[in-house]
Design a protein around this ligand. Structure first.
Ligand code: 3PG
Length: 207
C-alpha cells in the first residue's frame, strides 16, 4: 500500500534529518532509529554518500526512507531510483515542481512566508516544511498562518530540539517536526547506537 505524504508525516512525531559521513554508518543508524520507534528517515544529499545511504537504509526493516536537501531537479529521479519514497527540499522553484511531478516522488517543499505557502498550495502542495522554522518565527508564525491558511499542514524544521518539539506538536497545523538532534555526530562516529535508540525513544514518545 502506498503511503501518502500526510500518512508518512503522521507516522512519527519527529523526522530525523540525517547526513551520512561514512557509508558504514547508514544501516546501523537506521536500525538504531527504527528500534527507538523513529521509522521515517530523511537522508540528506549533503554528503557524497547520500544516494548510497538511501539505498542501504531502505533495506532496513521498518524504515521509511526519504531524501532531503533536494535542491536540483536531476536529484529527484536519482533519489527515487535509490529507494526514496518521499523528498524534502529547503525551498520550491519551478524546476523542482516539474521534477517532483515528472519523477512521481511526493515532495515536502520548504516555505518561509505566507506568499510562499500560497504559491506552493497553488501548485498542489498542501504539506509543507516550514524552514528554517525557529528563525522564521516558530510557534507564533505557525499559529498566525493557521488563521488565513488553515488547510496546509507543516513539518517545521530548523532550530527545534527535544525540549521544544512537543510545543510544536500541539499545533493544529503541525503533523510532525524535523530535526538533526536525533543523530549527534559524536554518537554516530563512536558507533554508540544505543544512545541513538534512546534519543529516538524519547523523540517518538513526544506525541
Ligand atoms: C534541515 O536541514 O532541515 C535543518 O538544518 C535541520 O535543522 P536543525 O539542525 O536545527 O535540526
Amino acid at each position: 500500500m502506498t503511503m501518502t505524504l500526510l500518512d508518512i508525516m503522521r507516522t512519527s512525531a519527529v523526522i530525523p534529518v540525517i547526513a551520512i559521513d561514512e557509508i558504514e554508518h547508514a544501516v546501523p543508524l537506521a536500525r538504531a532509529l527504527v528500534a527507538g520507534g523513529i521509522r521515517v528517515l530523511e537522508v540528506t544529499l549533503r554528503t557524497k554518500h547520500g544516494l548510497d545511504a538511501i539505498k542501504a537504509m531502505s533495506a532496513v526493516e521498518g524504515a521509511i526512507v526519504g531524501v532531503g536537501t533536494l535542491t536540483k531537479p536531476e536529484e529527484f529521479a536519482a533519489a527515487r531510483d535509490a529507494g526514496a519514497v518521499f523528498g524534502v527540499s529547503p525551498g520550491l522553484t519551478p524546476a523542482l515542481i516539474a521534477a517532483a511531478k515528472s519523477s512521481g516522488l511526493p515532495l515536502l517543499p520548504g516555505v518561509m512566508t505566507p506568499s510562499e505557502v500560497m504559491a506552493a498550495r497553488e501548485q498542489g502542495f498542501k504539506q509543507l516544511k516550514l524552514f528554517p522554522a525557529v528563525p522564521a518565527g516558530g510557534i507564533g508564525m505557525l499559529n498566525a498562518i493557521y488563521g488565513p491558511l488553515s488547510d496546509v499542514m507543516f513539518c517545521p524544521t530548523g532550530g527545534i530540539s527535544q525540549d521544544t518539539a512537543s510545543q510544536f506538536l500541539t499545533l493544529k497545523n503541525v503533523a510532525c517536526v524535523g530535526g538533526s538532534w536525533l543523530t549527534p555526530k559524536d554518537a554516530i562516529a563512536a558507533g554508540d547506537w544505543q544512545r541513538i535508540t534512546d534519543i529516538a525513544k524519547a523523540a517518538s514518545g513526544l506525541r
